[in-house]
Design a protein around this ligand. Structure first.
Ligand code: UT7
Length: 334
């Protein structure tokens, strides 16, 4: 029997209008544009403003743009998975809200929590439903409103994060293009370096947790940085080796945008020429689950049918991994 592979057949994104520049951050915390740019590669990031505006607002817009672009009815969608660590509510899932608001009446869905690796984990999970033949059209959304959990008095953390969402359509591929292989990893011992201390069932929200500012991202930057460099580089190299590929066989590295230096270290490890390394970190910062689909959205025109792409991410938890896929279409024709 012919193998069914899952291909990305369309991509769209949404970034909020408000631009939080390094210059504006200089007025909020003790930092400089020069420090942020040289240490991270970030110039500005987007912030979703307005009362009651949760992550779903951006995810819905991204999905609607994707449906418009692909000219397909929301009724044809079987499943929507939303990767996020900033769901609108503790429950129900943000996916429930997205399915409802985009009119995906025949779809079911759920949220997936894997921090900055969320999109990577959701993409491989969604692909399983295509590969088994269970679903024909699956939408994977990665989106986070990081500004809702960022402490804008913590200069080493607030400078890297921003808000945004991206969405891709997964469909069965007649030519066996699409997702070829992946390696995903988790290490719960990493929790102490990057997490939100309160608000879950271990430490439910109360006056004390609010007073202690425990509803914000807690990040030990250097420890995360070291693990991210090693994790992303090692797993990308392992995936290439497993598939008997070298950097010369790869056209594009689509890496999680957390820090320019982490991305460059990964590219160097798999011996990828700089022009194959895609970046938009300068404009959006780290949008957590949003970075990878937003990067694909920005660079879609460059991708050609059959291009070998490595997607790689590292995030809180710790979670990390890499996907090897063959791009399924010439973007100018879509
Ligand atoms: O998305 C997935 C998970 N997250 C990541 O992958 C993030 C990984 N970590 C990083 O990207 C970097 O660690 C940061 C960008 C967060 C911080 O950069 P760093 O080069 O690791 O800085 P550091 O924390 O080691 O601090 C170096 C110095 C310190 O000063 P002293 O102690 O040497 O005097 C900090 O206080 O830089 C200082 N510093 C700053 N100075 C100006 C920290 N943040 C700032 C700032 N502006 N915003």
């Amino acid at each position: 029997m012919k193998k069914i592979t899952a291909s990305i057949t369309g991509v769209a994104g949404y970034i909020p209008d408000y631009i939080l520049s390094n210059k504006e951050l200089e007025k909020m915390v003790d930092t400089t544009d020069e420090w942020i740019l040289s240490r991270t590669g970030i110039s500005e990031r987007r912030i979703l403003k307005g009362e009651g505006q949760g992550t779903s607002v951006m995810c819905i817009e991204a999905v609607n743009r994707l449906l418009d672009k692909k000219k397909i009815s929301p009724l044809d969608i079987d499943l929507i998975i939303v990767a996020t660590v900033t769901p609108d509510y503790e429950f129900p899932s943000t996916s429930n809200i997205v399915c409802d608001k985009v009119g995906a009446k025949n779809a079911w869905g759920y949220d997936l929590s894997a921090a900055c690796s969320g999109f990577l984990f959701a993409l491989t999970t969604g692909a399983q439903f295509i590969e088994t033949g269970r679903c024909k059209k699956v939408i994977i959304v990665g989106g986070d409103k990081m500004s809702s959990i960022i402490d804008y008095t913590d200069r080493s953390t607030c400078i890297i994060f921003g808000d945004g969402a991206g969405a891709v359509l997964l469909e069965p591929d007649p030519e066996e293009l699409g997702i070829q292989d992946f390696i995903l990893k988790t290490d719960g011992a990493g929790i102490k370096h990057l997490y939100m201390k309160a608000g879950g069932s271990a430490y439910p929200s109360c006056r004390e947790t609010v007073d202690k500012r425990e509803h914000f991202v807690y990040q030990e930057g250097q420890a995360v940085f070291k693990s991210a460099v090693k994790g992303m580089a090692d797993v990308s190299a392992e995936l290439l080796e497993k598939n008997k590929l070298t950097g010369a066989d790869i056209q594009w590295l689509v890496a999680h945008q957390a820090n320019k230096r982490i991305i460059e270290a990964t590219a160097e490890r798999i011996q990828l020429a700089p022009e194959k390394v895609l970046m938009n970190i300068q404009r959006y910062g780290n949008t957590t689950a949003g970075t990878i689909p937003l990067l694909m959205w920005d660079y879609e025109q460059k991708f050609k049918k059959g291009d070998n792409i490595v997607i790689s991410a590292f995030g809180g938890g710790f979670t990390w991994g890499a996907i090897y896929l063959k791009w399924a279409y010439n973007s100018q024709n879509k």
